[in-house]
Design a protein around this ligand. Structure first.
Ligand code: C6P
Length: 393
């Protein structure tokens, strides 16, 4: 049995989504901007997908949703265009983000710092989230943008987006949220929160890779990142990727319908896994599970190097990760664990287990067994754990 517990890195495309996409590669390949029959066919499919996305997010208007190639593009677009529109050509000079944002936000901020922008990286509390009052205390009259993720990709911890949005509204500061790990996992209702920009990515909710989007409240002005033709009203040029957009529309609809029942099932499996692993000595889970996305668990096992654990799990046909997939080759300590104050040794032991609606109870039980065996084997050869072991033997 092959078991995939790395769904925060990417997900399997739902077979129903694949089926819906296939005709748009072969039979219906027209450019949706063309006026002939080939174009009108795909244009209709595009309109349906826009509808599926804006309804799933409860956006006020379909024109507020723009398709991009991925969330990395959406995040770059917001940060760089706010810099262009409000910092280079305005009187503001400051952006506020959390220190645990995804690299697509943090690396863009480093680039903007090189251009002279002042960036504040907000600290997180021991739960790994930024508190709303912290955001408030760092906003100045020169702050152009606050960008805080809705849910963290490594811990699953959910940030107080509603409160932060209210603070930004009161202060007259633009608010962006990277909702990549929230959309499709927890309710995201754009009329219940004050958010100016929101990024999402289809491959996190059983849609295809290489397609995402940016919600722009009231279609407000934001300079394009890609200049060109009149696609998406000239806001994001480039011929529209119809098969992928069709796939994302359906994937979002499937992920958000019956969400409470689906997430209750995923949560029950995640909690079963977490409870079983917490029986082991010297094991810690980051963040209170009530305020976490239902599918995520970041566990730290004293004395067990994360990479060693991944090796053993991989040999047991289980796919997991030590954290963000885009940082997994550098063998660095888990950055979120360091941010919440874990020592460097512990921060090298983090393992992220992320479930999906396709995860089964049998798979969870097999992971529990494999995990226990791996912990026993790896601790037996761990010199650092040997020092603490007498208290547990
Ligand atoms: N996180 C992870 O293993 P793309 O791939 O560009 O559509 O999404 C980037 C991205 C942006 N924000 C958050 C919060 C994310 O989690 C991701 C992708 C993966 O955690 C791959 S690094």
């Amino acid at each position: 049995m092959e078991i995939y517990l790395d769904n925060n890195a990417t997900t399997m495309v739902d077979p129903k989504v694949v089926e819906a996409m296939v005709p748009f590669f072969g039979q219906m390949y027209g450019n949706p901007n063309s006026l002939h029959k080939f174009g009108t066919q795909t244009h209709a499919a595009l309109t349906k997908a826009v509808d599926q996305v804006y309804k799933a997010l409860n956006a006020a208007d379909a024109d507020d949703v723009i398709f991009t190639s991925c969330a990395t593009e959406s995040n770059n677009w917001v940060l760089k265009s706010v810099w262009l529109d409000h910092i280079m050509h305005g009187h503001k000079n400051h952006i506020v983000v959390s220190e645990v944002e995804h690299p697509s936000v943090l690396t863009t901020c480093r680039f903007l710092e090189e251009q002279g922008v002042k960036v504040t990286y907000l600290p997180v509390n021991d739960q790994g989230i930024v508190e709303a009052h912290t955001v408030k205390s760092f906003i100045t009259d020169r702050t152009a943008l606050v960008s805080i993720m809705w849910a963290n990709n490594e811990t699953g911890m959910i940030f107080p987006i509603k409160e932060i949005g209210e603070i930004c509204r009161e202060k007259g500061v633009l608010f962006h949220t990277d909702a990549v790990q929230a959309v499709g996992k927890i309710p995201v209702d754009l009329q219940a929160v004050h958010v100016d920009f929101l990024s999402f990515s289809a491959h996190k909710f059983h849609g295809p890779k290489g397609i995402g989007g940016l919600y722009i409240r009231n279609s407000q002005a934001l300079s394009p990142l890609l200049h060109g033709g009149e696609h998406m009203g000239g806001r994001r040029s480039g011929t529209l990727n119809v098969p992928y957009i069709v796939g994302m529309g359906l994937a979002m609809e499937l992920a958000t319908q019956n969400m409470s029942a689906t997430s209750a099932k995923i949560r029950a499996l995640r909690d079963r896994l977490e409870d079983a692993l917490l029986q082991l000595p010297d094991v810690f889970v980051v963040g209170n599970r009530a305020n976490r996305t239902p599918n995520t668990l970041l566990i730290s096992i004293r004395g067990v190097e994360g990479e060693g654990m991944l090796w053993d799990l991989n040999n047991a046909h289980i796919g997991a990760s030590t954290g963000s997939a885009c940082a997994s080759e550098d063998l660095e300590a888990n950055t979120v664990m360091l941010a919440i104050g874990a020592d460097s040794e512990l921060a090298h032991t983090g393992i992220r287990l992320s479930l999906s609606r396709f995860t089964t109870e049998a798979e969870v039980d097999a992971v529990i067994d494999a995990f226990k065996k791996a912990v026993g084997r790896l601790r037996a050869i761990s010199s650092s754990y040997a020092k603490v072991q007498p208290t547990h033997s």
